[in-house]
Design a protein around this ligand. Structure first.
Ligand SMILES: Nc1ncnc2c1ncn2[C@@H]1O[C@H](COP(=O)(O)OP(=O)(O)OP(=O)(O)O)[C@@H](O)[C@H]1O
Ligand SMILES: [Mg+2]
Length: 333
């Protein structure tokens, strides 16, 4: 299809004036015009040849803005936002490069994690003082007894073990959390991270009495640190299993649209109580008692999800179960 000459002349002027690359596509996807790319990187594929990638992202939807991530010819990742406008003769796509912005956001997220860690460490001093005070008194009591009875000894040792476990749990979680930069960034299918988390739980026999349904979506691909994302699902799944007392149903559903992907993790009860719900993402908030939960699982998960540009929420809760929803930006080829 060709455009009337006066239209075409006007479009040429608009293309020349735009600070961002613009692509004009006919209804059948053919390139009608493409602007020059002043900021094109050496080695990148010319705008016209990338038209198919953008057209596929835009097809069908009526979003005002679509996130795109693609590999440049030199292997680096380009993040762009596509602004489609429907025209009588086809589509006008403005392509705004976001790569530098993403890089800055990633650096910002890293800084935010350090700040979060600082807050948590401040909390740790408080959280660790209780078990340490407890340990101190038990040791004093046992020392004071010349000939402690087996019952007292056993109770004292149980108490010591519980308190030591709590301190160790807190310390292990924070150490894992502080090792953020060690894993490289990569593209991966989110369902693979979920399967890895399920694998860990199977090895630990935690799924023995649980019916698991995992509804995958092969197009749900994201970019980031897979080990960290696996940790998020491990936390959500362990919470669900613990809430159900080891028996029940787990339903994991992955869905992707043009710009984002989402995973819902639903269990079969008893749900998060109305009093607990507003506080579950706070560091050290736990309803499991000191020796059984640090209350850091969801707080750390939220940090990891935010670092990946995503969101996490308790989407639903009733006596029939809790549904947690995690969303991430989607990565396209
Ligand atoms: N699926 C769920 N059903 C019911 N309550 C939940 C669920 N997930 C989380 N919670 C509530 O949220 C609280 C905080 O969860 P979080 O994972 O942060 O800490 P935790 O599980 O108590 O401790 P840790 O993760 O260190 O073992 C839990 O103590 C629990 O009360
Ligand atoms: Mg937990």
């Amino acid at each position: 299809m060709s455009l009337p000459s006066e239209v075409s002349a006007m479009l040429d002027q608009i293309l020349a004036a735009s600070p961002w690359p613009v692509l004009l596509l006919a209804h059948d996807g053919a390139v009608l015009a493409a602007s020059e790319e002043p900021a094109a990187l050496p080695g990148d594929v010319p705008l016209r040849e990338r038209a198919g990638h953008y057209a596929a992202l835009v097809s069908g939807g009526d979003a005002r803005e679509i996130a795109s991530a693609r590999r440049r010819a030199d292997g680096s990742l380009a993040h762009e936002s596509i602004h489609p406008r429907r025209m009588p003769w086809g589509l006008c796509l403005t392509i705004v490069d976001q790569t530098e912005l993403k890089r800055l956001q990633a650096a910002e997220a890293q800084t935010a994690r350090l700040a979060a860690l600082g807050f948590m460490v401040a909390g740790v001093c408080h959280e660790v003082t209780n078990p340490l005070t407890s340990l101190h008194s038990i040791v004093q009591i046992l020392r004071a007894e010349k000939d402690p009875s087996p019952a007292l000894l056993s109770k004292g040792l149980d108490n010591i073990a519980g308190n030591v476990k709590r301190i160790l749990d807190i310390s292990r979680r924070l150490v894992t959390f502080s090792r953020v930069g060690e894993e490289p960034h990569a593209r991966f299918a989110i369902d693979d991270a979920i399967e890895e988390a399920l694998g860990v739980l199977r090895v630990d026999h935690l799924l023995r009495d649980i019916v698991v349904r995992h509804d995958r979506d092969a197009s749900a691909v994201m970019a980031g640190r897979m080990g960290q994302v696996r940790e998020v699902f491990l936390n959500l799944l362990v919470n669900a299993i613990q809430a159900m007392g080891g028996h029940g149903r787990l339903s994991i559903e992955t869905r992707a649209d043009a710009a984002s992907l989402s995973v819902s993790v639903a269990d079969s009860g008893p749900g998060v109580s109305a009093e607990a719900a507003p506080r579950i993402f706070e560091p050290f908030f736990t309803t499991k008692g000191g020796a059984h939960g640090t209350g850091l699982g969801l707080a750390i998960s939220m940090e990891i999800v935010h670092e990946h540009g995503g969101a996490i929420e308790l989407a639903q809760s009733s006596q029939y179960g809790a549904v947690f929803k995690v969303t991430f930006p989607r990565e396209t080829a």
